[in-house]
Design a protein around this ligand. Structure first.
Ligand SMILES: NC(=O)C1=CN([C@@H]2O[C@H](COP(=O)(O)OP(=O)(O)OC[C@H]3O[C@@H](n4cnc5c(N)ncnc54)[C@H](OP(=O)(O)O)[C@@H]3O)[C@@H](O)[C@H]2O)C=CC1
Ligand SMILES: O=C(CO)COP(=O)(O)O
Length: 338
C-alpha cells in the first residue's frame, strides 16, 4: 500500500519504519529540503531519530501534493498546534477512498478542541468516517528499535479502526481497537501534563512516593475531565490512559518528563523549550486543560498548580505545599458523591 505521512519528526519517522517493515511504501512530507534528501538518499533522520537506519522504501518530499495524491492512507504526525493549518493545506489533495489516521497528542489552545474535531472541521464531510486516532504508550526511540510496543486505534465506526489495525499491526507493534475516540484523544493529551509534573517532582529531588501520587491522582483528574467531555471512564484504565501515563511519567525518553525535570532543576520555561528542540505538548495542553476545566467547573488540582508554575511564576515547592495542604477528601470523591 502507498502511504503519505505528514511530519518528519521522531514519531512520524518511527511510525514510517513500522509501516515500511510491514511492506508499505511511505512518502514522508517535511518542510525541510535537506531533511527530505537525507531521508531519501541516506536513509537516516539524524535530527529526530539518531542512530536509526530507515528502510529504503521510505522516501521524503517537501511537496505536500506529492505526499498525498494517489495514496491509500494519510497519517498526520505533527505537533497539535499545527494540525489545523496542515489539514487545511492537505484538503485539496485528499480523496474519499483514503484512510486518514492521526497520532497527535494535544488540545488546540484557542478552541480547546480535540485533534479529530479540528481535522473534521477542515476536511470534506465525506471523509469524516474515514478518520482514525492512534494513541498509547509508545516512545519513538523504542519503536524504531523494534522494541515490543502496544497501541490502540479508535474511529467513529469500528470497521474503520480495524482497517488501521491491519495496516499497522506487526510482530513488535501490537494494535488494539477501541470505539472511544474522545477517551483516546484526551488520555493521550492530558497525560503529558502529569508527565511534566512527574519530571518536575524528580527534578526537585522528591522520591517515588511523590511520583506515584502524581500519577494516581493525575489519572483521577484526567478521568474526571474526560468523563465530563464524553469519554468512557474504562478507556483511562487502558493503553491510552494509564498505559501512556506510566510510559511518559517514568521514562527519560519523554520530552515532557525531561522538560519538567529541567524546570525542577531551576531552569526557566523558555530555557527548557529552547533546549528541548522537539515538541513538548504538555506545556500548551496544561494551559488548554486548565482553561477548559475552569470553564466547566471540573476540579483538576495538579493541572491548576502546574499552570501556576508554568504561566504565573509560582514557585514549584509552594505549588507542592498547596497541593498537599488542600482540604481533606475521600479518595473516590466522585464515586462517593453518587
Ligand atoms: N515522539 C514520540 O515518541 C511520540 C510522539 N507523539 C505525538 O506525535 C506528535 C508529533 O510529535 P513528534 O514527532 O515527537 O515531534 P517532533 O518534535 O519530534 O517533530 C515534529 C515534526 O513536526 C514538524 N512541524 C513542527 N511544526 C510544524 C508546523 N507548524 N507545520 C508543519 N510541520 C511542523 C517538525 O518539522 P521541523 O523539523 O521543520 O520543525 C517535525 O518534523 C505530538 O503530538 C506528540 O505528542 C505520540 C506518541 C509518541
Ligand atoms: O506520547 C509519548 C509516548 O507515548 C511521548 O511522550 P513525550 O512527548 O513526552 O516524549
Amino acid at each position: 500500500m502507498q502511504i503519505g505521512l505528514i511530519g518528519a519528526g521522531s514519531w512520524g519517522t518511527a511510525l514510517a519504519t513500522v509501516l515500511a517493515n510491514n511492506g508499505h511504501e511511505v512518502t514522508i512530507w517535511t518542510r525541510r529540503q535537506q531533511q527530505a534528501e537525507e531521508i531519501t538518499s541516506q536513509h537516516t533522520n539524524r535530527r529526530y531519530l539518531p542512530g536509526i537506519e530507515l528502510p529504503s522504501t521510505i522516501t521524503a518530499t517537501t511537496n505536500l501534493q506529492q505526499a498525498i495524491e494517489g495514496k491509500a492512507m494519510i497519517l498526520f504526525v505533527i505537533p497539535s498546534h499545527s494540525i489545523r493549518e496542515t489539514a487545511r493545506q492537505a484538503t485539496p489533495f485528499l480523496s474519499e477512498r483514503m484512510l486518514l489516521v492521526h497520532a497527535v497528542k494535544g488540545i488546540e489552545l484557542e478552541t480547546h478542541k480535540r485533534m479529530s474535531e479540528i481535522i473534521k472541521e477542515e476536511i470534506p464531510s465525506a471523509l469524516h468516517n474515514r478518520l482514525v486516532v492512534l494513541s498509547g504508550p509508545s516512545h519513538a526511540e523504542e519503536v524504531s528499535r523494534q522494541s515490543p510496543t502496544t497501541v490502540v486505534v479508535a474511529a467513529d465506526q469500528i470497521e474503520t479502526a480495524e482497517e488501521a489495525q491491519d495496516i499497522f499491526m506487526s510482530p513488535y507493534f501490537r494494535v488494539y481497537t477501541n470505539p472511544d475516540v474522545v477517551g483516546l484523544e484526551l488520555g493521550g493529551a492530558l497525560k503529558n501534563i502529569i508527565a511534566l509534573g512527574a519530571g518536575l517532582s524528580d527534578g526537585l529531588g522528591f522520591g517515588d512516593n511523590a511520583k506515584a501520587a502524581l500519577m494516581t491522582r493525575g489519572l483521577a483528574e484526567i478521568s474526571r475531565l474526560g468523563v465530563r467531555l464524553g469519554a468512557d471512564p474504562l478507556t483511562f484504565s487502558g493503553l491510552a490512559g494509564v498505559g501512556d501515563l506510566i510510559v511518559t511519567c517514568t521514562s527519560q525518553h519523554s520530552r515532557n518528563w525531561r522538560a519538567g525535570n529541567l524546570l525542577g532543576k531551576g531552569n526557566s520555561l523558555q530555557q527548557v523549550l529552547d533546549e528541548m528542540g522537539m515538541v513538548v505538548e504538555g506545556v500548551k495542553t496544561t494551559q488548554a486543560a486548565y482553561e477548559l476545566a475552569t470553564s466547566l467547573g471540573v476540579e483538576m488540582p495538579i493541572t491548576r498548580e502546574l499552570y501556576n508554575v508554568l504561566f504565573a511564576d509560582k514557585c514549584p515547592r509552594n505549588a507542592v505545599e498547596d497541593l498537599m495542604g488542600r482540604l481533606k477528601k475521600h479518595e473516590m470523591e466522585d464515586l462517593a458523591q453518587n
